[in-house]
Ligand binder design. Sequence first.
Ligand code: BG6
Length: 510
Amino acid sequence: MTNETNPSPISIAIFGADGDLTWRKLTPALYNLFLDGFLPKQFAILGVDGKPSTLEDWRERLRSGVDQFSRRGKSVDAQWQDFASHLTTYLSGDFNDAATFAALSESISGQEKAWGQSSERVFYLATPPVIMETIAKNLGQAHLMDDRQRSRLVVEKPFGHDLKSACTLNDSLLQTLDESQLYRIDHYLGKETVQNILAFRFANALFEPIWDRRYIDHVQITVAEQVGVEHRGGYYEKSGALRDMIQNHLLQILSLIAMEPPAAFNADEIRNRKVDVLRAIRPIPVDDLHHFAARGQYGPGWLEGERAPGYRSEADVAPDSATETFAALKLFVDNWRWQDVPFYLRTGKRLSQKVSQAVIQFRPVPHQSFPASASLDWQPNRLEIDIQPDEGIALRFQAKQPGVTLRLSPQEMHFRYAEAFHTDPPEAYETLLLDAMCGDATLFMRADQVESAWKVVAPVLDAWNSVTPSDFPNYASGSWGPESAEMLIAQDGRRWFQPIFPGAPASEHA
Ligand code: BG6
């Protein structure tokens, strides 16, 4: 989201340098930023990991990640060699040991000396959450975070396991760091289309006057995945869909859709407006939970012609697991703009399609002046914001069908990123890494946002935790989730929408 393109010299130290995230996401993102000219001439990437390796082996491993996961495809030799010369250090060391941090400090200072000037310092924790506090403390003790303006710590999700642990983690990190140095990642905020919600709402005069309870009937946010838990059974067993997706990604999308216009486009102002939304979310009544929340777990099924196993047969998953792989919520935002407008949220793994979208369903026209015969297929206006995979926006409206008789039919206006801009949007991690380097925290979560989001889901987590579901698995792989999620919305006389295929207009599914 930053306007800056050329930050001053930069040192990026990645903890968990040999791990999956660095391999799959961070290095391809840094490589693409490099190729696109967003990195300064003087930058160094330092790896820190418990695993012994040599600098050469580390570079080779990172290259294989770039070859597999970069949006540009396989790396070109000369370009890679140029980039690899900035992968300057691989430190194999214990994150509990002060010596690791002393060595890191020495490497960074040595590099800065060679450059003849100090650098911006970004420390990226691509590590399991249990070690985060220790690393932050050790960075502090090694005086690596002393410069509050130019030293930043990027923290991956999950940020805490529940409200209590998130508050404890915040307290502990803030003993070493200033809030302005902390960059808590929610990678959904780096997605092009998620950022575009702000542009769409606040750079256009057209929609804002009708963006409220008078004109909007309800909002749906769907993040559907086809993948199962893959190799992350161990993590997912302790997490589940509500923690893994709704507490962060879906609530962030909701905040962007529901926030008030910011007075200025800066990190604090935007984050203030977003946290106002989270704070205004009506507490979910636990004594009436089934009207507000639904959970599910995938069983075996078929996905795109292939047999898919049930969650309980996945690696590192208990054969009687009660972890939810699907969650749906109905939320209300208690303020003047949104009073009594339901926000339906759902997410799940092993669903029929990979699709993330927000749908704004407008109210019907107040008076139907056309004869009934003209409007057999009458549908109120609907705005669909497609976050992935086919990024774009579609607006449904009524049009007269050509002909001598008066017949109306619903039509769509489409905006597709790929068609409009003829360019691949950057990966979320490219945007977020560049922002962290430039010190723009707009797209990162502040302590109060994380805690407010945990408060929203806390009653459901507690209630689900206290009652073991008797019907798991309750949806087949390749379906659209459990019956209870259909009931959650059907009880209000509404239905879930999703595109029939990516690029197609939203439609109800039977
Ligand atoms: C992560 C979750 O935050 O987001 C994963 O931990 C999930 O379980 C992933 O698969 C989805 O991200 P994306 O960008 O593929 O929609």
